[in-house]
Design a protein around this ligand. Structure first.
Ligand code: MLT
Length: 406
């Protein structure tokens, strides 16, 4: 008789964005006349930049001819893309990451869920609270998190690092020593960023205690402040203790195209074993690569035209972020984020819980956001709005919220 992986049964509820999707569909079915504005999931709305479309068209044409047709991609991804990444995302920022330390994938969500596979089940993870749910849920599925306490909404074997208004939404070094530390900056969901000096403290700490930092830099394109690092490898010693996850979803609008990459420096070792070799083995065994057409599209992100067009696209979303931030502040909300990230984090008004405010906004303003408590217990009493909507919808949503009689 077969048995299931009953770690799955320990997962409380469904995936956050699936729950929201269901609630919104139910509301929409009951009120077909209402125009709902979705500022919940961080999904982009602007079309792909012309340089990217052009690269995709020409790659499609190549696939139509025997001489230029491409089958399976190389295990780590095409050299043309890995070299463009090494040059633009790393060398240009003074980071010594080489193309053969870069693994192309179909996105950072998969990589952030899969990366835990190369670590022992005995490892103790530390996560920010609130946190992108994939880090914790994927460790639950693997059986690394102990038991769930419904009352506190925490796992017995997870170290939580509260990110609150008091600490500027930046985690403190944990009292208990972790083996794996998940950090995401600029942060999802709070929109907070940390400085290079602050990140260096984490790198020094990880090297001291022998921990690995899994650094999610999916939102680096939104950084506007000089002292905020774009990559963890801007910190000294990071190549010996950090894996970096990157995405093309937010900087280039690839949420529906799918492309990302993970950097595993060769210097990062456990005893004599390089984590690079383990991830390469996993990649080779379980993955057949992002499509050629998509990798060519990724290459176009680094072309001169691509860079200029995407700078404009990021500015477009950041204009939305500014509109939400200032609009809600004017309306009396306590808001943060939105300066180095496309997320605005606001305190729910009148002591409402995060989900109460979700329902209130959906019903009274027909605006969808994300309840902070869905990201962890310290997110209770907070709410996240994304800047990835169209400008017109963003303005309308903020104006509707401002008009609510609170
Ligand atoms: C979010 O809304 O938190 C993100 O869009 C989710 C993701 O990138 O997978």
């Amino acid at each position: 008789m077969f048995k299931i992986n009953d770690n799955y049964l320990k997962l409380p509820g469904s995936y956050l964005f699936s729950t929201i999707g269901r609630k919104v569909s139910a509301y929409s079915a009951a009120h077909p006349d209402k125009k709902i504005i979705r500022l919940g999931i961080g999904d982009v709305t602007q079309p792909l930049a012309p340089a990217i479309i052009e690269a995709m068209h020409s790659a499609v044409d190549e696939m139509g001819h025997a001489e230029t047709f491409h089958g399976y991609a190389p295990d780590l991804g095409y050299a043309f893309l890995r070299e463009a990444i090494a040059e633009n995302d790393y060398k240009a920022r003074g980071c010594g990451i080489s193309a053969d330390e870069i693994f192309i994938s179909d996105g950072a969500k998969c990589d952030s869920g899969n990366i835990q596979e190369i670590f022992s089940l005995d490892n103790k993870i530390a996560v920010c609270d609130p946190v992108y749910p994939v880090y914790v849920d994927s460790n639950v599925m693997a059986g690394r998190t102990g038991t769930y306490d419904k009352a506190t909404e925490t796992w017995s074997d997870v170290i939580y690092m509260p990110c609150t208004a008091e600490n500027g939404f930046a985690p403190q070094l944990p009292k208990e020593t972790p083996d794996l530390i998940y950090l995401c900056f600029p942060n999802n969901p709070t929109g907070a960023a940390i400085t290079r000096v602050q990140l260096q403290e984490w790198v020094d700490y990880a090297n001291k205690v022998g921990a690995v930092i899994i650094y999610d830099a999916a939102y680096e394109a939104y950084i506007s402040e000089e002292d905020v690092p774009h990559s963890i490898y801007e910190c000294e010693g990071a190549a010996a203790c950090a894996i970096e996850l990157r995405s093309f979803s937010k900087n280039a609008g690839f949420t529906g195209v799918r492309l990302g990459f993970t950097v595993v420096p060769k210097e990062l070792k456990c005893g004599g074993v390089a984590l690079h070799d383990l991830w390469a083995r996993r990649h080779g065994t379980k993955y057949n690569g992002a499509p050629y057409i998509v990798q060519r599209a990724g290459e176009a992100v680094y072309s001169e035209a691509g860079k200029a067009q995407l700078k404009e696209q990021v500015a477009y979303y950041m204009k939305n972020a500014g509109y939400i931030y200032h609009g809600l502040k004017e309306a009396g909300f306590t808001v943060s984020g939105g300066v180095n990230a496309p997320y605005i984090w606001l305190k729910t008004p009148s002591g409402m819980t995060s989900w109460e405010f979700f329902d209130y906004l959906l019903e009274n303003a027909n605006v969808v956001g994300t309840p902070g408590s869905g990201f962890g217990p310290s997110g209770e009493g907070y709410f996240r709005l994304t800047a990835f909507g169209s400008y017109e919808n963003t303005v309308e949503a903020v104006d509707r919220i401002k008009a609510l009689n609170r």
